[in-house]
Design a protein around this ligand. Structure first.
Ligand SMILES: [Zn+2]
Length: 298
């Protein structure tokens, strides 16, 4: 039996087929048909049918999207691919493909992928974090996603940054309507903005991190502000969830120093005499989303 996963993005849609042990058998990437719900359904159905024809077997199906299903209505919500919002995507696909269809947001797919056969494999409680254009999180317990009545477990990006300093209050405005969300301090664009605001000069994150490594004081200060905020935000999660490992994904997870500095810093805020939670870099990189989608059906 195949494990099929689809990553339904705003511009690209990707399908992957895994065997039972997680080996990749096929992967295909196509352009998303934007703004047209029926075309999106047709695209997904044809990707699944083509893949199964090519591999001569059928599979379970999971889909990762930027949004999620509302548990009350079964309709999609919170998608920045707005033509999906308010639509019964899972039901429509179940009818057309005659099987169960599991849909989860990107961060949950990431957490499941890393918990199944990634950096968090063999750890009981895994908190997966995406530090990218946005900030999201998902929780896997014993290899399964933790899903509550609101289906928002792990959605930590829109909590306020904890233990804020005076100059962090009320914090930058967030698209969700609040101010000072974790996302407004820890997304990729947040580091760029923070550095520009303090120094009046716009550098890319790569330039900031490189300059910091060379000891340039302003860039080093920006990187240190970021990692201290990351430590505070993760300490808050550790105090509630007490995960065995925290796995970072997204563009900001590629900066090696976090894995040394952040666990040293977070001890100040974790309510414990010692902290045995490990902070790990992801194993599957950009593939974690689509791989996690495939494991949803397992
Ligand atoms: Zn927010």
């Amino acid at each position: 039996m195949l494990r099929l996963g689809i990553d339904l993005g705003g511009t690209k849609t990707e399908i992957i087929a895994l065997n039972e042990s997680g080996r990749e058998l096929l992967r295909k990437r196509v352009t998303t048909t934007r703004g047209d719900y029926d075309a999106t359904l047709r695209l997904i159905v044809s990707l699944v049918e083509e893949t199964e024809r090519e591999l001569g077997d059928c599979g379970s199906l999971g889909i990762g999207t930027p949004g999620a299903i509302s548990p009350a209505t079964g309709l999609m919500r919170n998608c920045n691919s707005t033509w999906l919002n308010g639509r019964p995507l899972a039901n429509d696909l179940m009818q057309r493909l005659d099987r169960n269809v599991h849909i989860e947001n990107d961060a949950n797919c990431f957490a499941l992928s890393e918990a199944t056969d990634g950096a968090g494999a063999d750890h009981r409680v895994v908190f997966g974090v995406i530090l990218g254009t946005g900030v999201g999180g998902g929780i896997a317990v014993e290899g399964k996603l933790l899903t509550g009545p609101n289906r928002i477990a792990g959605e930590w990006g829109h909590n306020p940054l904890p233990w804020p300093r005076d100059d962090e209050r009320p914090g930058p405005a967030c698209y969700c309507g609040k101010k000072g969300c974790v996302e407004t301090f820890l997304s990729g664009p947040a580091l760029t903005r923070d550095h520009a605001r303090r120094n009046g000069i716009e550098l890319s994150n790569e330039e900031i991190v490189t300059a910091a490594a060379q000891g340039e004081a302003c860039s080093l200060a920006s990187v240190e502000r970021y990692e201290e905020r990351l430590a505070r935000a993760l300490a808050h999660v550790i105090n509630i969830l007490d995960p065995h490992v925290i796995v970072l994904g997204g563009g900001m997870s590629n900066i090696p120093r976090w894995y040394d500095s952040v666990p040293q810093l977070w001890t100040q805020w974790v309510f414990s005499d010692r902290v045995d939670t490990a902070l790990l870099r992801n194993r599957h990189g950009d593939s974690s989303g689509v791989r996690g989608a495939a494991w949803l059906g397992a």
